[in-house]
Design a protein around this ligand. Structure first.
Ligand SMILES: O=C(O)CCC(=O)C(=O)O
Length: 279
């Protein structure tokens, strides 16, 4: 059985997506590409000024101290988590309208930001193990299944053939769990700084090996269904006093939200936004 990435959505969301597709052919083409190949690339999603500002805000955290602790994180890579507690410009990435238009179509309303981390792949780094992003926590739902998350990987340096560009396996979001990618099925994502790779959380991918002389910086915001546990514990990473600086949209994505209709996410019987000072 083949699952469309959107097969898990309710009728209202599906109708909304159909209306948005009709109004926005570019969005429609991106959604078609994700349905078929599992990913799309948004070029020039950030201007060179935004790329530079992001690098400037990340620089204090990229001092060679937060190196990966295993082969998955990458022992020659730096990983900076909890980015919304460290670099407020990341909010513009996390809420980028072209990315959220895709996430809106693929996940249920009130979806959450599951992770937002920077990955600086240094020269000498080897390929990461292949993985999908939407199966954390001993997932018991085998593939093929609907995507439970959507991930973006934003290039802050040009992704080249040698510096550790992300590698994807087109179509693998529709595979069963036991299918292993063969060499000829792997595609490098070559894209200029400021571009965003957006993909179904069920797509097989990995960070590539960096055989160049320069590092490759990326930020990966990942979104998940509202009823899944976030990979990063976002409301502890960004407590109410810090959430105060952000828009309602960012706060909602962090988890200062409830899943409506219903009450998943309440705190002491009330909407969690009441904990944000001066709200
Ligand atoms: O750094 C990359 O290109 C990919 C990283 C990744 O997929 C991950 O850590 O989940």
């Amino acid at each position: 059985m083949i699952f469309e990435p959107t097969a898990g959505l309710d009728k209202k969301s599906t109708a909304l997506t159909a209306a948005r597709r009709a109004a926005d052919p570019q969005l429609s083409a991106r959604l078609d590409e994700i349905a078929e190949r599992g990913f799309c690339i948004i070029k020039d999603a950030f201007s060179s000024e935004q790329v530079q500002l992001t690098k400037t805000q990340l620089a204090p955290w990229l001092q060679g101290k937060l190196m990966g602790r295993n082969n998955f994180e990458g022992e020659s890579s730096e990983r900076v988590y909890a980015l919304l507690a460290k670099a407020p410009v990341i909010a513009d990435m996390v809420t980028h309208p072209d990315v959220l238009a895709i996430v809106d179509a693929l996940l249920s309303p009130h979806y959450l930001l599951s992770a937002a981390l920077a990955i600086n792949v240094h020269p000498g780094e080897t390929s990461q193990p292949f993985h999908v992003d939407d199966n954390e926590g001993a997932m018991v739902l085998p593939k093929p299944r609907v995507a439970l998350g959507v991930s973006a990987i934003w290039a802050l340096d040009d992704f080249t053939t040698t510096n550790g560009a992300t590698e994807v396996v087109p179509g693998s979001h529709l595979w069963a769990d036991d299918r292993e990618p063969q060499q000829h099925e792997i595609e490098q994502v070559i894209m200029p700084a400021g571009s965003a790779l957006v993909f179904a959380g069920s797509l097989i991918h990995r960070g590539g090996a960096n055989v160049s002389a320069s590092s490759r910086l990326a930020v990966t915001p990942q979104y998940c269904m509202p009823w899944l546990r976030q990979i990063e514990n976002m409301v502890l990473a960004v407590p109410p006093s810090m959430a105060q600086q952000y828009s309602d949209r960012v706060r909602e994505l962090l988890g200062y939200s409830i899943v409506e209709p219903g009450f998943m996410g309440y705190v002491d019987g009330r909407h969690p936004r009441v904990l944000i000072p001066n709200d």
